[in-house]
Design a protein. Structure first.
Lengths: 307, 254
């Protein structure tokens, strides 16, 4: 994983790991086991939960881990049931983080509505919310795998009669290495991909993201000579941005190339009205005007230089 | 703290391969961080590589300069393991001066001292006192539940012993609980359950004899008790002496 991506994922990872471990400790404490409280783990302070190696791992693996919360089953009234609840609490905390991020993203998705001053900040917050939701989806999914020392390995013995809930530390390193190998080789990608894609289904894209995405699609279509498709894509981009001068400029180019010169002129005039008389806009406008005034203003498939 | 980790990790790694360099690395990790948890981890590794006396000396020297509850408690446990009761008690006193012991080693030392250096009833009393606590580590809880199980068994409170054994098995692997349940099942005439539990009691031969002796004494199976004591004597004479003294002491109290 490159350094920039890791840095973007880091806040979500810190939030996810801290809440995950806090949830284990807090639920155990509520169910009667105060050992985690004694260890200072019933706290939202990330430094109580983050392990140095587990946090730095995000720069090498697509995941990190915190210090495991030690649970004493002897302190529970119903060891199997309570251990199950306390083990599920961690992944559940991550799922709650995902739900909260998706809910908050409803406030940031229409980033253009906050005005040009605040828009970049709102877009950044939206971007961070989406990354936090993604990494928490991954954390919840990985932790439900039935491989020690992940939470999934503690959950299944509590559900299957005859199995003992506690798992000794013997041979735990073999499983940890196995998980790292699985992560590194991408063997877990189908499972994680399914979970992340399912979560993404509910994650709203921001208007600025939709604008850039549609603009890019329009540019690709234009470069392939599919002018009608390009115009439709630029039109959709224009719908998602209240100041779509760049998309208007591109739609003007597409329209001019297709010979729809009045529409092209209208678009470039709107672009100039929004963003001022930039040299490239003025140049395109004069080109369109020349073609309108020229008697042979027929559809001209010779595209202007847009590089 | 951060700076000490490369020393700690490389020291631990060198310790796995028994490379002599591991000791200076672990000591350096402690002196750099002076963190109790780092010191405890370093001491654990040192005690595996060197004689207990050296690890105890190391811990005492470190705690004199930077008092840490983890170091005092672990030094006490090492001293108890080496039969040095006075040092273990001094370390327990030192542990009492710290407000917080996050690892829960103080109770382990307290119980170990009661079990090893006090008269027989002391461990039971200590276990009963600690049983009400809900902030103990799992290893201390396992020790006190085992103690209370055999205390109930040898005191003739067989129903309570059965309940305790069942609870221990609901928590996790507990071979001594299987031995107790096997004896109780045989006592109630359920031979099938007795054999099933005995099959699941995976213990070293000497330990198995020891617990079977205690179970037989508890359920009044005197012939089996004598047989087990003889067999235990073949494996470990001192454990056999300890077992017979333990039973005599508890029966003497009643």
């Amino acid at each position: 994983m490159n350094f920039e991506t890791a840095l973007v994922l880091l806040p979500g990872l810190v939030v996810g790991l801290s809440l995950h471990e806090f949830a284990h400790a807090w639920s155990a404490s509520l169910l009667g086991d105060n050992f985690a409280r004694r260890q200072g783990r019933v706290s939202l302070n990330p430094f109580r939960h983050l392990s140095i190696l587990g946090t730095l791992a995000i720069f090498f693996l697509p995941i990190g881990w915190g210090k495991p919360v030690q649970v004493n089953l002897y302190n529970f009234r119903h060891p199997k049931r309570d251990y199950l609840i306390s083990s599920l609490a961690g992944p559940l905390a991550n799922i709650i983080v995902v739900i909260c991020c998706v809910a908050l993203a409803q406030l940031t998705r229409h980033d253009y509505s906050y005005g040009p001053q605040a828009q970049p900040y709102v877009a950044t917050v939206h971007f961070l919310l989406m990354f936090t939701a993604s990494i928490n989806t991954i954390l919840a999914t990985i932790n439900l795998l039935p491989i020690p020392p992940l939470d999934g390995s503690k959950i299944w013995p509590c559900l299957i009669p005859g199995l003992k809930p506690s798992f000794g530390a013997k041979g735990i390193w073999i499983f940890i290495i196995a998980i790292m190998v699985l992560m590194h080789t991408g063997s877990l990608r189908p499972v994680l991909g399914f979970a992340v894609n399912s979560a993404f289904h509910y994650m709203p894209s921001s208007d600025s993201h939709l604008y850039s995405w549609r603009l890019e699609e329009g540019q690709i279509a234009y470069k392939k000579g599919r002018l009608d498709l390009a115009e439709r894509k630029f039109s959709r981009a224009i719908e998602s941005n209240p100041r779509p001068h760049y998309a208007l400029h591109w739609r003007a180019i597409a329209r001019m190339t297709a010979g729809r010169l009045p529409g092209a002129l209208e678009d470039i005039d709107r672009a100039i009205a929004i963003n001022g008389a930039k040299p490239q806009y003025v140049e395109l406008r004069s080109l369109i005007c020349d073609r309108i005034e020229s008697p042979a203003s027929q559809p001209d498939l010779r595209r202007p230089n847009v590089e | 703290m951060l700076l000490s980790l490369p020393f700690l990790w490389s020291g631990q790694l060198a310790g796995i391969f028994q490379i002599p360099l591991s000791i200076p690395l672990l000591k350096a990790a402690w002196w750099i961080s002076t963190d109790g948890h780092v010191g405890f981890t370093a001491l654990k590794a040192i005690s595996k590589l060197r004689e207990p006396a050296e690890a105890i000396g190391c811990a005492i020297a470190w705690t004199e300069k930077y008092p840490r509850v983890e170091l005092s408690a672990y030094a006490g446990l090492l001293a108890a393991g080496a039969g040095l009761g006075d040092i273990a008690r001094n370390m327990l006193v030192a542990c009492g001066q710290f407000p917080v012991d996050r690892l829960g080693l103080t109770e382990m030392l307290e119980f170990t001292i009661a079990k090893q250096f006090e008269p027989f009833g002391a461990a039971g009393d200590c276990a009963r006192r600690l049983e009400a606590r809900r902030d103990l580590s799992a290893s201390v809880s396992a020790m006190i539940h085992t103690e209370l199980l055999w205390d109930a068994m040898l005191s003739g409170r067989l129903d309570e012993a059965g309940r305790r054994a069942e609870f221990m098995l609901s928590v996790g692997e507990a071979p001594p609980a299987h031995v107790a349940l096997s004896a109780l099942a045989r006592h109630h005439g359920n031979e099938t359950a007795a054999l099933r539990h005995m099959d699941q009691a995976r213990l070293a031969p000497a330990e198995l004899c020891y617990y079977r002796f205690l179970s037989a004494c508890g359920t009044g199976a005197d012939a089996e008790a004598r047989e087990m004591l003889d067999e235990l004597g073949d494996y470990n004479v001192s454990l056999a002496d300890y077992a017979s003294a333990q039973v005599a002491a508890i029966r003497g109290e009643q």
